[in-house]
Ligand binder design. Structure first.
Ligand SMILES: [Zn+2]
Length: 111
């Protein structure tokens, strides 16, 4: 039992680090959006393409951030590692690979 507690403390630490990373990444993307506006029409086209990529990156980061927050919340509630859909324990290997997942592989792949 003590082991599991230590594991959770470690996971929580990792998730908090991940959350900081994501927040920094999102802030940086926002900054990139604001920076480097050019009056040149050709450069503007390139900028628009960059903006598309940036906004995709931002969406991904924000989605991950919401999952990380959810996982932290579940740790506090004592529900971490339990599938949010079927309520069965999530495979520890999966948790290790994707610490902020809230669904077991069966439910996640079912869509
Ligand atoms: Zn499940």
């Amino acid at each position: 039992m003590e082991d599991r507690k230590n594991d959770l403390a470690q996971i929580k630490k990792d998730l908090l680090t991940k959350r900081d990373e994501l927040i920094t990444r999102i802030e940086k993307i926002d900054q990139d959006f604001k920076n480097g506006r050019t009056p040149d029409p050709i450069d503007q086209a390139t900028e628009r393409e960059n903006d598309d990529v940036l906004s995709e990156l931002k969406d991904t980061a924000e989605f991950e951030l919401s999952l990380v927050n959810e996982a932290l919340h579940r740790i506090d509630e004592g529900k971490y590692g339990i599938c949010s859909i079927c309520e069965r324990p999530i495979n520890p290997k999966r948790l290790k690979a994707v610490p902020y997942t809230t669904q077991c592989i069966q439910c996640a792949t079912r869509g």
